[in-house]
Design a protein. Sequence first.
Lengths: 511, 317
Amino acid sequence: MDQLTYWIEQAKPMPGAPGVCQLEVSVETWQQLARDIAADGGRLLALWVDCEPAMTVRVAFLTKSIVLVLALAVAESSAGYPGLADSFPAAARMQRAAADLCGVRADDFDTRPWLRHAAWPTRYFPLAPERQAFEKTEAVSDEYRFVRVTGDGVHEIPVGPVHAGIIEPGHFRFSIVGEKILKLEERLGYVHKGIEQRFTQMQLLVGHRLAARISGDSAVAYSWAYCQALEGMAQVVIPPRAAWLRALALECERIANHLGDLGALGNDAGLSFGLAQFSRLKELWLRAGEAAFAQRYLLDFIVPGGTGMDPSVNGLSGLVTCAGMVGATASEIRTIYDEHAGVRDRFTGAGIVTPELAARLGLTGLAGRASGQSFDLRVDLPCEPYTSLSVTKVWRSNGDVAARVEVRFDELSESLRLVEQIVQQLPDGHHLVDVAAPAAGTMGTGIIEGWRGAVFIALTAAKDGLIGRCHPHDPSWQNWPVLEHAVIGNIVPDFPLINKSFNLSYSGHDL
Amino acid sequence: MTPLDWLTQLLEMLAALAAAPLFVGWINQCRAWLQNRSAPSILQPYRAIRKLFYKDAVLATHASSFFRVAPYVVFGAMVGAAAVIPSVSTRLPFSNAADAIALVGLFATARVFISLAAMDVGTAFGSLGARREMLVGFLAEPALLMVIFVASLISASTALPAISEGLATRTLALYPSLAFTGVAFVLVLLAENARIPVDNPATHLELTMIHEAMLLEYSARHLALMEWAAALKLFNYACIGFALFLPWGLATGDSPNPGTLLASIPVLAGKLAIAGAALAVIETVSAKLRVFRAPEFLATAFLLAVLGLLVHLLLGA
């Protein structure tokens, strides 16, 4: 691993999130380093393509000590670049999406489109600088080739993108024998909204508003990651109070999402009592949050330079009171979930991802922590104020639905504790400082541990205070492919429960 | 058979048609209360059915006429079943035409039609639902027959009115055999009516559905009839339960007068209210079983019914 240490030392620090370094590499080093990092137990964080000023493929790895960003210049877009799917299977879909958006292909075997869904012409690349406008034509079926499973009695069930309930669109192709799932293939991209292209038309100082709306359940994580990148590029240090308030907001978001998921998981096991109780708790929590932050979902709380407002003392104490109540009630319901034979039977052993498989496929975030991938940015690569908060990391190694439920329960109580601690130790001072738009060409990154996992943003400034490129990355990119493995051998009616236990983002993934 | 008997027969069928959605509304209300939710109106199922009758029906391109006929057959079968189950009086002219075994056959007819209609359109969910429905059905029917046999042996008849009249007019005695079969019957009722723990009537997850999956392609009046038929089925099962295990309060005897007939209506309402509340409790405290646990669940029902039969044959009790 000396070679790897050597390269890490060569890398130049990037502004924004702590411990991020960039290294420009040649094609040979690109592949070799990816293999070395994989062998060393590193994780893939994100992969994206920048079209300007020169076509560059970038990939962010989480090594043991730092986040290493490799930049590979691609001379001609037709030539392509070596794919990383062998070392990091999760890279495959990111490469396919990058090919749809920028027209630069990896040389991996899977060249099917990922985001494109026949919504725009094949030769049109939304992020390429020399793109030309095209006539909006009617959407056509693009004859996507699913992998076929053949054999006696094997048949396919296509599910979605339109579902019987009101949920986000995604297509799931099951190959089954009887009720047993032999293979699941996902197809996503139905909520592609052109967010990355929209970013390039926005001012740097308002981009956080769009970032917060990429995936509504992770608004705080995204807007914080964006502001972290921007503030790093502008060389602004936010006041301590602002950093602590951001952490408070992030934990509030985590609590609200975990409460919602725990209820929905009970409901999917047929215990609607759980849904009713957790919905009530979530609503009370959101109302306490509204009293403190003047917003139920914290879409515009984090702004460049600090926070948009400073919660009142009353609002903060209301949050602490509510946290105590939520914690007590949630632990009572946890006892019911634990002791209910029917619920235990549904949760235990469903959708198992073993720690070995999770490590190989790069399962990340909450789902990763339920499969022995005990990585949490708040502990392992903390930014302010997590450096002084001593977060207890939660993890399990069973990797089934029950483990993901337990991780949620444990994280819920840890976050409730953090809320109390943050409110008690909240530093005085300003909550906002001015930020000037950074010079054109600077590039920064933001990484925040959202409730689902690490949210990553890579931001480049253009002239006139515009955004040159902003690539937001949701942890769902790494986890969606693992879901395909988690359901193998399970029965079809258990899929909704397993899917819910991951609760991955469509919007944050499709962009 | 007197004109009053025919009037009773008509009254009973109309009562079943009218009361079935109300019974479902009541169960939903109890469930909501038990789950700390504010409950929908007890009349909500009527509103849903009325709304559906006002809509234009949409049919799948590949639907055959079988698909369109099925709702009427299913609905007709349930009305027919309601005609032979003694819910208020045991003097039912129609019940001479069909005994309890024919009744099980009537339910089976409805099941065959609804399943074939679900497969008719050729969507994945319809076939999936039909397959699961058949799995549940072929295990539930023997258990139901066994339950009925026990009661028949005690009262020496397979006609439901005769069974309940026989049981109601005896001196009050505890039948251990009926206790076993009573539990078996509740299990069959839950499975046959798509209730938790076997199926979830409130689910919106198409991959877990059994009954709902078969109705996904139906709309408007067809769907209204199917929903109404499902409510009738639940009502019928409740009334079979009352006829076998709680036959008291029915208008019985050879020459019933309108007074006893009228008196039996509030008794039925009371029984339904208690049964609905009990069903809501069961559904609230249980989680849904994995599909492959359904055979175990129904095997338990069958075993209990057989135990009831053995208790009756060996102990004569």
